[in-house]
Design a binder for this molecule. Sequence first.
Ligand code: FAD
Length: 448
Amino acid sequence: MAPLSKVLRPLARAAAASARPAVGKPARLKVSPHNSTRSLSSCPPFSNQVVTKGEPMDLTDIPPTPITHLSETESLMKEQVSKFANDVILPRSRDMDEAEKMDPEIIEQCFEQGLMGIEIPEEYGGAGMNFTAAIVAIEELARVDPSVSVMVDVHNTLVNTAIIKFGKEQDRKKWLPKLATDTIGSFCLSEPVSGSDAFALATKAEKTSSGYKINGSKMWITNSLEAGFFIVFANMDPSKGYKGITAFIVEKGTPGFAISKKEKKLGIKASSTCVVTFDDVEIPHDHLLGEEGQGYKYAIGLLNEGRIGIAAQMTGLALGAWENAARYVWNERKQFGQYVGDFQGMQHQLAQAYTEICAARGLVFNAARKKEAGEEFVIDAAMAKLFASQVAGRVSGQAIEWMGGMGFVREGLAEKYWRDSKIGAIYEGTSNIQMTTIAKMLQKQYKQ
Ligand SMILES: Cc1cc2nc3c(=O)[nH]c(=O)nc-3n(C[C@H](O)[C@H](O)[C@H](O)COP(=O)(O)OP(=O)(O)OC[C@H]3O[C@@H](n4cnc5c(N)ncnc54)[C@H](O)[C@@H]3O)c2cc1C
C-alpha cells in the first residue's frame, strides 16, 4: 500500500493554497463576532468576516456547506485509512485484544502510512494536512479498532500538537521529524492524586545548574509502553498552585524514568496504559516545553482539541459496532423463516441507532470545523465528546443484543466494541466534567 502521506500531500498543498477557508484549509482563521450560518453554532453568532494573518476576508458569498462535507484530501484520507484498517488492522484486532498488546507491525505501518504525523508540516517530515483530516483518520481507525485509533489520536492531537503549537523552532526541528517517522509520544498529566482535578498534580520539577530535575509519578498514561517521547506536566512552585505547572519533554531511557506498572483493563486492551515514575530525572534546559508556569494553559488548550479526537473515536466505534451487527441481522441470521433484521422491531432499533451515530458525527465535524476556523469551540468539543461517548455505549450495547448469543461470545467483535466504548466517558475529561463545562458556558450566556 502506498503511504498515505505521499498520496495526500499534493492534495493537501492544493487545498491549503485554495481560497476556500472552512473546508479543508488548515490555516488558522480568526472570526469576529456577529452573524454566520456556516456552523451549527452553540455560541453567540459570528460574522461572515474572517481575518487571516491580519487581512479581512468576506465569507458572505461562500455557500453554507453540509457540516460533514469532506474536501478531496479528507475524502481520500477516509478512503485510504478505511482500506488500511480493514486490510491490515482488522485481521489482527481480536488477537491484539486477547494478548493485550499492540502489534509492533501495526505501529510500524501507522508510521509508514503517514498516520503519525498528519498535521505535522511537510518541512518537518509530516503529511501537512489539516485537523479534520486527523479526525477523519481517527474515526475510520476506530470503526475497526478503537485501540489503534487512540494510539494515533493521542500521538497526533496531544503530543504532535503540543510541539507544533508550544515548541520553539529548535524543538520543532528536533522532535517533529522523529514523531512523524518512528517515535511514539505520550501525554503525562494524570496522577494517582489528580484525575478530574488535573491541576492538583503532585509531580515536582526543580531547576538545576544544567536544566531541571523531576520527581513524582503519573498514572493512566496511554502509549507509554511503546513511546520514546513523553510530555510531562510538573509543578515548579506548588505555592503558586496551578500557575507553577510547567511542561517538559522526557525521553525514554533517561536515568530515573521508569514504566512501573501496566494496567489490565476492561477495554481498549491493545492500547498500553501504565504508571510512569520519575525518580530524580534530570533533563537539560532545552527539554522545557514553551515557558515555565504555562503548563496548565497548554494542557487545557490541548485537551480541548483532543476531546474532538475522542469524540471521533467514539463515533467510529459506534458505526463499527452498528455495521458489524447490521451485516449479521440483514444477511446471515434467520429466525421464523426470515432475516432477524427484517422484523420491524429490529429495523426501528437499527434506524434509531444509525440516526444517533449521524447526530454524533455532526457534532464532531462542527467542533472540528470551528476549531479550524479559529472560532470558539470549547463547548462544541465538550458536547461532541459527551454525546458521542453516550451513543457509542448505547449502540455497541444494543448491537450485542441484536446479534443474540453471537454478540456475546469472543469470536466476533461485538462484545469488544462495547467494552471499548466505556472509556469514552472517562478519559480526556469524564462525562460529568463535560457536562459541567457545557453548563458553565451556557450560564455565561443565559444567567442574568
Ligand atoms: C485507559 C485510560 C487511558 C488514559 N490515558 C491518559 C493519558 O494518556 N494521559 C493522562 O494524563 N491521563 C490519561 N488518563 C486519565 C484520565 O484522563 C482520567 O482517568 C480522567 O480524567 C478521570 O480521572 P479519574 O480516573 O481520576 O477519575 P476521578 O476524577 O476520580 O472521577 C471519579 C468520578 O467522579 C466524578 N467527578 C469528579 N469530579 C467531579 C466534579 N467536579 N463534578 C462531578 N463529578 C465529578 C467523575 O466524573 C467520575 O465519575 C487515562 C485513563 C484511562 C482509564
